[in-house]
Write a protein that binds this ligand. Structure first.
Ligand SMILES: *Cc1c(COP(=O)(O)O)cnc(C)c1O
Length: 510
């Protein structure tokens, strides 16, 4: 294993000042508005012929204030910005809970086929039968992998899928006439923040279920919290500590016996796809992140895709549109048409480009390949865990994890280094940090999800890097941490101020 530092870290204070503030290939880049001049344009547009305004005096009289750049200026601007971006195409991206796996280029090629890329959602359905057939085939794979009854393809992210699943549950409860009395959603302490947010958005009360000392939810804790007021439980499996919820079947039974529904947050499906089926665990509704498990690109705000699979108990309440086969023809049912559907969640039909990429991923892997990917994801995480467990501490003891491994900061006690410092120092080493301070159940959490895409050599270098950083931290070399990152375009930002008082608008002279 690569376990000796290859170089010493130069003291950054002595790095020479540059006139431009550029540092080698890392170039400073102002805003478009700051580099542009309004009179400049990348294209020549003829002055319009004289015309009479027909806006009754409401037409704009002043310049609209768009930046003006030549084509080379515009190209450089975006290329320079893109080089400040870390991406899965640049290096290992161990951001726990996000499944930053390789996006196969075959998927991109398929998504660019004219028949998928150049169609419009308002085209007559008779002209897009191939696209509908693709959606049907994707649905079949999702239902097969999850062993569920129905799927709503339209939600556009995992959190949107949560909302969709809970709206379905809310509608089912209303159909039973229990709207006022059944308004509590049980959510484990370790849940992703989107879970309580989705429940609260729909007016449910959130009741927290504690996790055990071993990091999983025990059926006794659910038994103590469940009652006739419980609409649903939202459980993530594998959970956000990277552990499989072993009591899942008993938990599902408890909630269902009390008249509630079992919502499973399926964002971590990458650990079990092709190996275990949520339908066998008693799940009623679950979102799948195509942009995590099925390799469609994500980050930077989208586009995501979060289809929701439903049990037979919830299927009648699924949103429109859904696919129906009528003889040889596929039809998107766009209005409730007398069904119990709660209605529509998005303007059109969902993220077609992501559907194509996800199905392309599934077909190119096959069912055996999907199971292999899940097993490899779990193997990678356990390899990282086993290679670091002698230096870094794990909050719930030393035992196998699923697709991600959780460390805490107990091993940093007595040093001046915090989880945040450690993460920032990883940036200097050319890695995107792991997820930090989440889940909240672990003190100073560091959640590492290497995914199945990394080679052993890549994992070995990552492990050796973390071991080297750990050795520095434990030997009191605080220089490497306290002001890291030293080599990033920006150093430590005031993240709290950026979140609380974001400056989102450029103003002239401002
Ligand atoms: C990523 C994630 C979500 C939210 O998915 P988005 O597509 O980002 O909205 C929800 N729950 C868990 C456990 C996740 O990892």
């Amino acid at each position: 294993m690569l376990d000796t530092p290859k170089h010493s870290v130069p003291a950054v204070a002595t790095a020479p000042h540059t006139f431009t503030s550029n540092r080698g290939l890392d170039q400073e880049e102002p805003l478009l508005f700051e580099i542009g001049r309004p009179e400049v344009s990348g294209v020549d547009i003829e002055a319009p012929a004289p015309f009479a305004a027909r806006l009754g005096g409401l037409e704009r009289k002043t310049a609209i204030g768009l930046p003006g750049l030549s084509e080379p200026e515009a190209v450089r601007h975006y290329v320079r910005l893109s080089r400040k971006n870390y991406s899965i195409d640049a290096g290992l991206y161990p951001l726990g809970s996000c499944t930053m796996k390789h996006n196969p280029r075959l998927n991109e090629k398929m998504a660019r086929l004219e028949g998928f890329a150049d169609i419009h959602p308002l085209q007559p359905q008779s002209t897009v039968q191939g696209a509908l057939a693709l959606m049907q085939e994707l649905s079949r794979w999702l239902l097969e992998l999850t062993h569920m009854s129905a799927v709503a393809l339209s939600p556009k992210a995992g959190a949107h899928g949560e909302l969709c699943g809970l709206m379905t549950i809310k509608t089912a409860i209303a159909a039973r006439g229990e709207t006022g009395s059944r308004n509590v959603v049980l959510i484990p302490q370790s849940a992703h923040g989107t879970n309580p947010a989705s429940a609260a958005l729909l007016g449910f009360m959130v009741r927290t279920v504690p996790a055990g000392a071993d990091g999983i939810v025990h059926s006794e804790a659910v038994a103590a919290a469940v009652g006739p007021d419980v609409a649903a439980i939202m459980l993530t499996n594998p959970n956000t500590c990277g552990l499989f919820e072993r009591d899942v079947v008993a938990i599902a039974r408890l909630v269902r016996d009390a008249g509630g529904y079992f919502y499973c947050d399926g964002a971590n499906f990458n650990a079990i796809a092709g190996v275990a089926r949520p339908g066998d665990m008693g799940v009623d509704a679950m979102h799948l992140n195509l942009h995590k498990t099925f390799s469609t690109p994500h980050g930077g705000g989208g586009p995501g895709s979060g289809p929701v699979v439903l049990s037979s108990r919830l299927a009648p309440f699924a949103p429109v549109p859904f696919l129906a086969r009528e003889g040889e023809t596929l039809r998107l049912v766009e209005h409730s048409e007398g069904t119990a559907s709660f209605g529509r969640m998005v303007a059109f039909h969902g993220q077609m480009g992501m559907f194509v990429r996800a199905l392309s991923y599934m077909l190119s892997h096959g069912s055996d390949g999907l199971a292999q990917a899940s097993r490899d994801a779990v193997l990678s995480a356990n390899y990282v865990r086993a290679s670091l467990r002698d230096v870094m501490s794990q909050p719930f003891g030393d035992r196998p994890c699923m697709h991600e491994v959780l460390f805490d900061d107990a091993w940093l006690q007595g040093t001046s280094v915090t989880t945040l410092d450690f993460a920032k120092a990883m940036i200097d080493e050319g890695y995107h940090p792991m997820t930090v301070y989440f889940p909240l159940v672990a003190h100073g959490a560091m959640l590492v999800e290497p995914t199945e895409s990394e080679s052993k050599a890549s994992l070995d270098l990552f492990i050796a890097t973390l071991r080297d950083l750990a050795r520095s931290a434990l030997s009191g070399d605080s220089r490497r941490f306290s002001s890291a990152p030293h080599y990033a375009p920006r150093r430590r930002l005031d993240e709290t101020a950026a979140a609380r008082q974001p400056v989102l608008r450029w103003r002239p002279g401002g």
